[in-house]
Design a protein around this ligand. Structure first.
Ligand SMILES: Cc1ncc(COP(=O)(O)O)c(C=O)c1O
Length: 477
């Protein structure tokens, strides 16, 4: 049966104290006692702000507040969620949605998992943050567990996926620097997504994400994913990139580091073939190139294995993790072999918030759950059930289904069609994602999803697909 929203366990509504402390300066504007700042704000907005501080605001009031106060970097957002339980999200108007996005592959245990919430509450009442001036046991135990469970010898913590990749870039640079090697070239793959900061962005494929922010980290190049021939061109590709950056040096093996997602997520849910990943490892070994796996999205159980690299058996030199690691709290991690870790010295890198007791306690809880063989077996069987169900719906329409575990994509001919299906699914109270050039419907539910939840999602998606296809046929007629 579909797990339902449990009104017996609502998320606590904001108290009068939390409402007023959310904007402590709102009662007394900081800018100009005469209210110069307030005068600049339209009366209607000020009325809405006042109302929102005192009462539960309506959805349209909240949207208006968002428009007035939040940076418009995410575009217009209509849906506002207030509570979540398991795979169900409840919006501001009390409507329930089946969440097959899991906060973009983050909420691996679903929303408000009881054990997770208890762990976080207990740790928050004990110790939240101390900085990395000091050790804390939660960070130590989390590092120990990640090392035990993976290829790695050492762990480093940060706060997001892009930060993890940024740290990995620095660690790779330091590795070559400390060996006296003039190698700074990074190679990533076409359609890759590694993040939005200047280094990770340079290794992200989509031109639109990068163009306004150039110059990014120099010496980044791209080669084709899942293409054996492109691997032979690793040196060639680095030379070309160096040439175009006007920094060409004729070094025999110039590329320092290869960045790869074992399963591309944002790029369109494309699993790397075992053959390709084995050949990539071989090529990196031949050329002394470090191999970094970005498992920010595909790692920690989503592929049906704890780490996606287990599917191919290919081991990286470094690996980045983030999204699901703390079950919804911000965290990132880099796992390193001793050969790389031994090149990092005190002061080379750091972060104030990283590895704090609160987030590490949450991550230890998540890791305990997702590394359990029964949990992973459930991901595999539910993932196969989801994929088979999607194929049943999509095959007759000529739509390809691809992916592994609980990261599945449906390939549409156009982004318009895919977007229409995503909207129609939302109308059926099912939330799904898109990926690639907008033409891939990406389905990434919590890893705790049941086959009954999957069946319900498939039924809603089938209706959504039908409504879009019927409309398209009507328009064509
Ligand atoms: C593979 C991969 N790497 C890196 C990132 C960036 O992570 P974050 O958004 O936490 O910075 C993402 C985010 O979607 C991702 O999918």
């Amino acid at each position: 049966m579909l797990s339902t929203y449990n009104p017996a366990q609502p998320c606590a509504p904001p108290t009068a104290l939390s409402r007023s402390s959310a904007r402590p300066h709102s009662a007394a504007p900081l800018r100009g006692a005469s209210g110069a700042a307030a005068l600049a704000v339209p009366l209607a907005v000020r009325q809405v702000r006042r109302k929102a501080r005192n009462l539960r605001a309506t959805s349209s009031e909240l949207r208006e507040l968002a428009k007035a106060n939040l940076l418009n970097n995410y575009g217009e957002r209509q849906m506002i969620f207030r509570e979540g339980q398991g795979h169900i999200l409840k919006d501001n108007d009390g409507e329930s949605f089946l969440d097959f996005t899991a906060g973009i592959a983050v909420n691996c245990l679903g929303h408000s998992d009881e054990g997770w919430a208890q762990t976080v509450a207990e740790q928050a009442s004990k110790l939240c943050h101390t900085s990395n001036l000091y050790l804390n046991e939660e960070q130590i135990r989390l590092g120990q567990r990640l090392v035990e469970l993976s290829f790695a010898d050492k762990a480093f913590f940060c706060n997001s996926g892009t930060e993890a990749n940024e740290a990995a870039i620095k660690f790779a640079r330091k590795y070559h620097f400390s060996r006296g090697e003039a190698r700074s070239k990074f190679l990533a793959f076409e359609n890759a997504f590694h993040g939005r900061t200047m280094g990770a962005l340079a290794l992200t494929w989509k031109e639109g994400y990068k163009k306004p922010f150039e110059p990014l980290m120099p010496s980044a190049g791209f080669i084709k994913y899942n293409d054996m021939d492109s691997l032979d061109a690793i040196d060639e590709a680095s030379e070309l990139a160096f040439r175009s950056a006007n920094r060409f040096q004729r070094l025999k093996h110039n590329s320092s580091t290869g960045f790869v997602e074992p399963i591309q997520g944002e790029g369109g849910v494309v699993p790397g073939s075992k053959e390709f990943l084995l050949a990539l490892r071989k090529r990196c070994d031949e050329t002394g190139t470090l191999l970094i796996f970005d498992e920010v999205q595909c790692g920690l159980g989503r592929s049906g294995k704890l780490f996606a690299y287990e599917l191919s058996g290919v081991l990286p030199d470094l690996m980045t993790l983030a999204k699901p690691l703390a079950g919804g709290l911000p965290i990132g991690a880099v796992l390193l072999t001793e050969a790389v870790a031994s090149c990092i010295s005190p002061g080379d890198h750091g972060s104030t918030f990283a590895g704090a007791p609160l987030v590490c306690a949450a991550a230890r809880y998540v890791l305990d759950q997702v590394s359990n063989p029964d949990f992973l077996e459930n991901v595999r069987t539910t993932g196969s059930h989801l994929k088979a169900g999607l194929e049943k719906i999509c095959d007759p329409q000529g739509l390809q289904v691809r992916g592994t575990g609980l990261l599945i994509g449906v390939v549409f001919p156009t982004a318009e069609q895919c977007g229409a299906v995503q909207r129609a699914a939302a109308a059926e109270k099912l939330l799904v994602l898109t990926a690639g050039a907008g033409n891939i419907l990406r389905i990434a539910p919590a890893l705790t999803v049941t086959q009954a939840d999957v069946d319900e999602a498939l039924e809603r998606l089938s209706k959504a697909l039908e409504s879009v296809l019927v409309e398209a046929e009507a328009q064509a007629a």
